[in-house]
Design a protein around this ligand. Sequence first.
Ligand SMILES: [Zn+2]
Length: 440
Amino acid sequence: MKYDMVIYNGTVITLNSEFDIIENGIIIIKDRKFERFETGTRPQDLPEAKKTIDAKGSIILPGLVNTHTHLPMTLFRGLADDLPLHDWLENHIFPAEAKHINPENVQASTRLACAEMIMSGTTTCCDGYFFEDEVASAVSDSGLRAILAQGVIDFPAPGVPNPVDNIDHAVAYTQKWLGASKLIRPSIFCHSPYTCSAETLQKAKKAAASKDLLFQIHVAETKQEWDGVNSEHGISPIQYLDRIGILDRNTLLVHCIWVDDHDVETVAERECAVSHNPESNMKLASGIAPVEKFLEAGIPVGLGTDGCASNNTLDIFQAMDMTAKLHKVCSMDPTAMDAKTVLQMATIGGARAMGLEKEIGTLEIGKQADLIIVDNCRPHLTPMYNPASHLVYAANGNDVKTSIIGGRVVMEDSKLVFLNLEDILEQIAAIGESIRKQRG
Ligand SMILES: [Zn+2]
């Protein structure tokens, strides 16, 4: 058989630089990659392939990219809501992590996160957490593509009781996973400028840079963080990271809310990327990142959900809808952040932010065959005049019926291929019940 897979009959949104849309598109996949794109409707004209998928009545687009999350935090979904970030972190999340984050729970909650992501159209994610070796092994089983970072923080953390070991621990993790899987790349994630010393940040950045790995950090998330860094160093969090040599093309800055024009210039000059997490930022009332300024400055911006304790889902469709609407109301301009721009951020923008734009993010010949098929035959998706508008304003994660990553089907007709959803839900419900009992 000449080809591995042929998908036909759908409306194909390529997300290429011309934003080409192919009606009645035929997608031909070979050796995990896109081999050719054609048009046609007659099944007898299709090239022969090991697998053929009829996508009638569907939109086909690149798999969505979630540029920031903490996968095992699915375990804490809804555990503590409606609180300010620092109270939420210090009095609820850090204590819950100290008690309940162990290798078994991390594996289980990561499998849950993978199921949720695949079922809502995400094919690539960027994670930062503890026990990342366990995260990587669970993600690897799911078929997802990911950049997965060991978390670094200057406090005793799950799996790293003595913070003196945090960098060595992260380095050992990256060494184990570097080149170990086609779909997974290791990375290092420093929690923030207020939980990591300059020395820790510099050591972690150096360790990541020595292997050309992505370095990630939450930065400029709250006013409190900005005030703290400014009172200690006399400059903004972004300028502080620049001063100590953290900013370059391999640094992904998460949040970037409390930034001024000078900070935006610095981020652009240093060729850093930004992960925008509108739902987490709104829920914790952290503020609104100046995303339009980032885009104008040519900074790669991707969308993220953040962890499930501050969102509370991993659905990038929701993040797209929120992004478009948040920036319209913030600027009092309904033309701000149009559907096309937002869809780009959720696909090729995210790929760029993670340094994966040559491999994924668009449906183009030679790229990895990562795509999702969205079922349009639903009341809320009928009629369709503009597919980009549909995806951003009308669709949700439940409308995704098939998902393909690296030419491999990971979900077909809403059924996961590599994960047993029933077992996952049962296991998580049991862990959740024991957490609930311990909290009284
Ligand atoms: Zn986060």
